[in-house]
Design a binder for this molecule. Structure first.
Ligand SMILES: *Cc1c(COP(=O)(O)O)cnc(C)c1O
Length: 397
């Protein structure tokens, strides 16, 4: 069976984890800072804050930008539910935006439409998703958002390694057009730590707040202390055991063995990206040869060099006269695993109640046709050929 995605673990990855297990620190040790430094350097951001998963990263970002109950945020309806759940967990109301029907990316027009449905007094932020690894049009989105004083958070969980040109060259995670960018290191993502996540930012204040929130909200810096009687010895030195709870926080820490895996995975990132780009190119050539109007691949945005996480095919199931479930089952019978990314979030029962949304035709049109084909670094060119042949056979069935 060729799965739709899977991790690539090398002997060096295994050794890095085992070395930590034999060492002194399983958590809050030096491996976490080393991973954060390597990630920040890799994406070109000033700070990286590692945490327990991508959902925690979205929650931390939502807390750090100061979202409060009753605030509103815009989230595109095509994403994993966590993009909406992060801000929802701090009590924000989600205003779902439509997406481009072919790329599932937020567009400037869809953003304007969502803004027109929001309450200008309560609207605070826009969450942008680089769906599948394709970059959203960040320069335009950020210009629209900034003009209204909105924060911009990138959900970059699919897009580590993606580069684009938006008036100037930028890289996902460098936060050239955003306040922060959020990553997940779940096994199907571009690099993995098992479970894991991170936020990158160039804002010192946001970075400091996220580090506090990640660790219970415990202040350990002298400048942050409010209770002088408890904090200091008679000579004014800080008491060595002292910490202070100044804001309510969480335990969203990443362990040292996960961070060590993250660092070796990052050292393999250039190879992973080369493989993802080569396999994507092979898919594109093979689909062009199929020359079937019912079968296409999500196009890459102009002036972009995406490192795709998902190889999403757009299949006209109605025209082929076959349901998506049957199509998937027949592919599975041929040894090919597929997935659907994603059910529009505004159609989830929880959000139907919490955030009533008008029709979003782009999201519905994308959802009706999307099917994620296998894409992962250890896949071979022969695997791609097998997948495409299976798709052709089922479609022309
Ligand atoms: C994977 C993912 C998340 C959540 O990450 P976890 O590490 O699974 O919590 C959030 N948003 C998107 C777009 C994702 O793909």
């Amino acid at each position: 069976m060729i799965p739709y995605g899977r991790q690539s673990i090398s002997e060096d990855d295994i050794k890095a984890v085992v070395d930590v297990l034999r060492g002194d620190y399983l958590t809050t040790g030096p491996a976490v800072g080393a991973f954060e430094a390597a990630l920040a350097e890799s994406v070109g951001a000033r700070h990286a804050i590692a945490c327990s998963n991508g959902t925690a990263a979205l929650h931390l970002a939502s807390l750090a930008i100061g979202l409060e109950p009753g605030d509103q945020v815009i989230v595109p309806s095509i994403s994993f539910v966590a993009t909406a759940n992060g801000p929802r967990l701090v009590g924000a109301e989600i205003v779902f935006a439509d997406v481009d029907p072919d790329s599932a990316l937020l567009t400037p027009a869809a953003l304007e439409d969502a803004i027109s449905r929001a309450d200008p007094q309560r609207l605070k932020a826009v969450f942008v998703v680089h769906m599948g690894g394709n970059p959203a049009p960040m320069a335009e989105i950020s210009a629209i958002a900034r003009a209204r004083g909105l924060k911009v958070i990138e959900d970059a969980c699919h897009a580590l390694g993606t580069e684009a040109e938006d008036g100037r060259p930028w890289r996902v995670g460098d936060c050239a057009f955003s306040d922060c960018a959020v990553f997940s290191f779940h096994p199907v993502k571009t690099i993995t730590t098992g479970e894991g996540g991170a936020i990158t930012t160039n804002d010192d204040g946001l970075a400091r707040r996220m580090r506090l929130e990640r660790n219970h909200g415990l202040e350990r810096e002298r400048e942050g202390f409010g209770n002088e009687a408890l904090a200091f010895d008679t000579d004014g030195a800080t008491n060595p055991w002292y910490y202070e709870l100044t804001r309510l926080g969480l335990n969203y820490r990443l362990t040292d063995f996960q961070a060590a895996l993250g660092t070796t995975q990052l050292s393999r990132l250039p190879d992973f990206l080369r493989r993802r780009r080569a396999l994507t190119a092979r898919y594109r050539e093979a689909f062009a040869r199929l020359n079937d109007d019912s079968l296409s691949l999500v196009p890459a945005p102009a002036s972009s060099d995406p490192a795709l996480h998902l190889m999403v095919a757009l299949v006209d199931f109605d025209r082929l006269g076959i349901s998506r479930a049957k199509f998937m089952n027949r592919l599975r019978d041929k040894g090919v695993g597929t997935q659907v990314h994603y059910i529009p979030i505004h159609r989830q029962p929880y959000y139907v109640k919490a955030s009533p949304t008008p029709e979003l035709p782009g999201a519905d049109r994308y959802y009706a046709r999307c099917l994620s084909l296998p894409l992962y670094p250890d896949m071979t060119e022969a695997d791609v050929d097998k997948v495409v042949e299976a798709v052709r056979a089922v479609a022309q069935g």
